[in-house]
Design a protein around this ligand. Structure first.
Ligand SMILES: Cc1cc2nc3c(=O)[nH]c(=O)nc-3n(C[C@H](O)[C@H](O)[C@H](O)COP(=O)(O)OP(=O)(O)OC[C@H]3O[C@@H](n4cnc5c(N)ncnc54)[C@H](O)[C@@H]3O)c2cc1C
Length: 579
């Protein structure tokens, strides 16, 4: 495993900004209802000695924050380089960011195993955090030991990968192995340099080896390559008994199944994963802009036209990303087109738009097209040249050149969630009763805007990708779905507990109510529709069936076998559904 990161133990200690607390400085917290017990001073001291400086006393980065720190808290990469850095700061009435008692800045599987064994031995609540992008607060807990994986930055490209234990005659595959702290941007850079592509997430700063994969994970091109979990070939994990194991479809296939979409941190800790790589695509088209309707009736007409158009034109392996349904009667595009001739991208959209273009008094039709070699997609400089305003660079001193995040993801940095919810929309409904779906979409849009995320509904998925997906724990509703509808509301740069920067609770309730109205309107039409476990409501009802559908029983049986003492438990995860 090559180390590409710039982390050294010394740098980490400087970053924490404090000398390591000695065991005597550790405040022994009272036992909380959900937590285990707290180890004694001697136990902490022994762990500290074993880890040689990698046992930290973390604190939330905004605790007593100065103006300079508040500015840094707008940079997602800076946040995740703090041991207790979190993208989201809480959820109205749900969870609030909190620091663990101690944190292990893990540099290896052995460090993770030391933490697992310690937590198990002392019945201590264990939490794991990688890139810290969770919406649901599953990456923090009071009175806990945190395994912080950010220092594990190794990446290795394989020309011929063979899963351990594979029978003789198994064909080797091209693949990439990444350690637990690696983010998608770094994986894409390594893959592009090797002329390959790996199906990960759209957001550059989301972790490649953490919640994304464990929850299934979708990227812009998932209709072509499948979910993130579908590309998982092998995982090195630490199981609840503290052992380091290699898991794949030949070695403990049940646990491997659970790791592919069975939910965040519920079965084992990922130390590294190996992902299938594909030949790099050649061409990327991007459609932005949209259509403004002049009044409600025109907008309702436009919505139905889009829903009728979608199954035959966009629900296929070439298309990804989203369509936005806004309350101001504006339809927004953020669509990707993969490996289609530029003229065909334009003409496909024109099939939808021409009738509206012909009515300029009722519709303002303004799509924008950008085309580029696919290899430029992770190149900040190319975006700045072609489409200014799409990316923000990491301007920290010493940040790797070219590191960036999408401007569209800025709104989720420092987010205190008022509400967030999602559901899969069946493609059959669009084909068989587009008028009813259009009514529901129009009525829902009166409350608040929402996105129709087409790469998170896989009914138009490529056949070979579907074969891989069928071996995962992904909710089968996704295979029938045109898209995942997401509606959310957040207050940005709000930090519970920081005077002057607290969230506005009254405003939060009003906005949360809008989100709930949107989803309630859609659920009237699709009462049984499932939801994506990484991007769903904290207050989800029927959380097991809604997230995993028919896979639930199998996942629960695997959980009982591999983690009988329920060491790995997160909100609405397999281990907490009945608690
Ligand atoms: C700005 C933004 C953009 C996003 N874009 C997408 C997208 O394009 N597609 C998509 O599908 N999702 C997307 N997501 C959702 C994302 O997949 C989830 O939030 C996911 O949980 C993030 O995982 P993480 O490892 O980065 O975060 P973390 O907060 O570090 O971890 C999330 C969960 O995974 C667990 N975990 C982390 N590392 C490990 C490990 N090594 N072993 C075991 N458990 C671990 C944690 O305990 C926690 O429960 C996005 C989220 C944000 C905030």
């Amino acid at each position: 495993m090559t180390r590409q990161g710039r982390w050294t133990r010394r740098a980490l200690l400087q970053l924490v900004g404090t000398t390591l607390a000695t065991a005597s400085a550790v405040r022994i917290l009272p036992r909380a209802a959900h937590a285990g017990s707290q180890p004694g001073r001697g136990a902490w001291a022994a762990l500290e000695q074993q880890l040689q400086g990698r046992l930290l006393t973390p604190q939330l980065p905004w605790r007593n924050a100065t103006a300079a720190v508040l500015k840094k808290l707008r940079n997602p990469f800076w946040i995740q380089e703090q041991p207790e850095g979190l993208q989201s700061t809480g959820w109205l009435g749900g969870w609030t960011a909190v620091a663990s008692t101690r944190a292990i800045a893990a540099e290896s599987a052995a460090d993770l195993a030391a933490g697992v064994r310690f937590a198990r031995q002392h019945r201590l609540r264990l939490v794991v955090k990688g890139a810290g992008h969770d919406y649901l607060g599953r990456n923090c807990a009071p009175d806990s030991l945190l395994l912080w994986t950010q220092p594990m930055q190794g990446i290795r490209v394989h020309e011929a990968f063979m899963p351990q234990g594979a029978p003789a005659g198994t064909a080797p595959l091209q693949a990439i192995t990444v350690q637990a702290g690696v983010r998608w941007l770094d994986v894409y850079a390594a893959a592009t340099a090797a002329g390959r592509y790996v199906q990960g997430g759209g957001c550059t700063s989301v972790g490649a080896c953490g919640g994304f994969i464990l929850g299934s994970g979708f990227g812009s091109f998932s209709k072509r390559y499948g979910s993130g979990a579908a590309g998982l070939l092998e995982a090195e994990v630490v199981t609840a008994d503290g052992q380091i194991r290699r898991v794949n479809s030949h070695q403990d296939p049940d646990l491997f199944f659970a790791l592919r979409g069975g939910g965040a941190c519920s079965f084992a800790v990922l130390s590294s994963i190996t992902l299938l790589s594909h030949p790099i695509p050649t061409r990327l088209g991007l459609v932005t802009g949209g259509v403004q309707a002049s009044d409600d009736a025109a907008y309702r007409e436009l919505i139905e036209a889009v829903l009728r158009f979608y199954p035959s034109h966009l629900d296929n392996p070439h298309w990804g990303e989203q369509i936005q349904f806004n309350p101001d009667n504006r339809l927004g595009f953020l669509l990707t087109a993969l490996d289609l001739p530029d003229a065909q991208v334009r003409s496909s959209l024109e099939t939808l738009l021409a009738p509206f273009r012909a009515q300029p008094d009722r519709f303002r039709v303004a799509p924008e097209f950008t085309f580029m070699p696919f290899a430029d997609i992770w190149n900040a400089e190319a975006w700045e040249r072609m489409k200014p305003g799409m990316v923000t660079r990491d301007d920290q001193p010493g940040a790797p050149q070219g590191r960036f995040w999408w401007d569209g993801n800025q709104g989720e940095v420092g987010a205190f969630w008022n509400s967030y919810d999602s559901l899969w929309i069946p493609t059959q409904a669009l084909k068989q009763r587009p008028d009813q779906v259009a009514d529901a979409f129009f009525n829902a849009s009166r409350h608040r805007g929402f996105t129709f995320q087409i790469n998170k509904g896989l009914s138009g998925e490529a056949t070979e990708a579907r074969q891989r997906d069928l071996d995962t724990a992904l909710h089968p509703d996704c295979y029938e779905a045109a898209a995942l509808v997401i509606c959310a509301s957040a207050q940005q740069y709000r930090y519970p507990g920081l005077a002057g920067h607290e969230p506005d609770i009254a405003q939060g309730r009003r906005d949360a109510n809008q989100v709930q109205q949107v989803l309630a309107t859609l659920r009237q039409l699709f009462p049984e529709a499932g939801t994506y476990s990484n991007e769903t409501d904290f207050f989800l009802k029927q959380a097991g069936p809604a997230q995993w559908g028919p896979h639930l029983k199998r996942l629960q049986a695997i959980k009982r076998r591999v983690d009988p003492s329920n060491l790995f438990r997160v909100h609405n995860g397999i281990g907490t559904l009945n608690s």
